[in-house]
Design a protein around this ligand. Structure first.
Ligand SMILES: [Zn+2]
Length: 255
C-alpha cells in the first residue's frame, strides 16, 4: 500500500502488525436522492475460501447487508451500482452464490464499470490475474444489467464517472455535484486513504506508475481548488476528508 514510502513514515499513519500487514477498510458509499439509491463499491463480498480469507485477513463485520440496513436501505432498493475498476476488493460483492448458482446481489440495479476493466477482468494476463475474477463482472453482464463507460460520463444528474487509469488500466473516480458549492469525490484507489494525498505516495500494486503520478497530481490539485469532500474507500479511520494545499504539499482536513 505504500510503495516507495519508507516504513518509518507510513507506520506512523497505518501501524503495521507483526506480519507487516496493515488494517484497511472496504467501505462502500451510498448516495441518495429520493428513490435513486447509488451504491459506490459494495466491497469484497462473501465468496472467499477459508484459506484466502485467512491470507487476506478478511474480517466481514459489519457486513454489507447490515450496513445497508443501518442506512435504512434494502439490497432490492439499490437502483445504481458503480464500480471504479474490477479488482475483487471493489466488485467482489456484485455477485452472490445462492443454491450453488452465481447471481447478481443487486438484481434491480444498473451496474457501471469502465469498459477496459470488463475486458481486462475477462482475460487477465499474468501481471493482472491476482487482482481480477472474471465471474465478478460476467454474471452482471449476462444478466443484462451492466453499462460500460469510457472517458467522462454523467451517469445521473450531477454524478460523473471519470475513467483515469494508472492504478489499474481503467480506474475511475466518481464526482458528485462537481460544479456546486458542496461537491464531493470518491477517490477509489487513486487516493486509497487520507494519508496518500502526496502524488508520489503510489502503491506498489499500481500498474502504470507514471500515469498514476500524473493522474494523482492533476486530481489532488483540482480537489483542493474546488474544496471537494473526499471519500476514502480503504481508510479505516477517515471516511471523509478535504484536500488542501499546504505549501508544496497537500494536507487533509478530516470532516
Ligand atoms: Zn482497492
Amino acid at each position: 500500500m505504500w510503495g516507495v514510502v519508507p516504513k518509518v513514515m507510513w507506520s506512523a499513519w497505518t501501524p503495521a502488525a507483526d506480519d507487516n500487514t496493515i488494517l484497511l477498510a472496504l467501505r462502500p458509499f451510498l448516495a441518495e436522492r429520493g428513490d435513486v439509491k447509488v451504491l459506490v463499491e459494495p466491497g469484497v463480498g462473501d465468496r472467499w475460501s477459508p484459506k484466502l480469507a485467512r491470507i487476506y485477513g478478511l474480517v466481514r463485520h459489519p457486513t454489507l447487508d447490515s450496513s445497508l440496513g443501518m442506512a435504512g436501505v434494502t439490497p432490492d432498493s439499490i437502483t445504481h451500482v458503480i464500480g471504479t475498476h474490477a479488482h475483487w476488493d471493489h466488485v467482489g460483492a456484485w455477485v452472490v452464490r445462492r443454491d450453488g448458482r452465481l447471481e447478481p446481489r443487486f438484481p434491480r440495479a444498473q451496474h457501471y464499470l469502465p469498459r477496459i476493466e470488463l475486458d481486462v477482468a475477462r482475460a487477465a494476463d499474468a501481471v493482472r490475474a491476482a487482482s481480477y475474477r472474471a465471474e465478478d463482472v460476467e454474471v452482471i453482464e449476462s444478466a443484462g444489467i451492466l453499462t460500460t463507460l469510457t472517458g467522462n460520463t454523467e451517469v445521473l444528474p450531477g454524478l460523473r464517472v471519470h475513467v483515469l487509469g494508472g492504478h489499474s488500466d481503467g480506474v475511475a473516480v466518481v464526482t458528485f455535484d462537481e460544479d456546486g458549492d458542496d461537491g464531493a469525490i470518491f477517490w477509489s484507489d487513486v487516493v486509497p486513504t487520507a494519508h496518500h494525498v502526496q502524488p508520489p505516495y503510489i502503491m506498489a500494486y499500481d500498474l502504470d506508475v507514471a500515469r498514476s503520478y500524473a493522474v494523482r497530481s492533476e486530481w489532488l490539485e483540482r480537489a483542493a481548488e474546488r474544496g471537494w469532500t473526499g471519500c476514502f474507500y480503504h481508510d479505516v479511520d477517515n471516511a471523509f476528508g478535504r484536500v488542501r494545499r499546504e505549501g508544496k504539499r497537500f494536507a487533509v482536513d478530516v470532516v
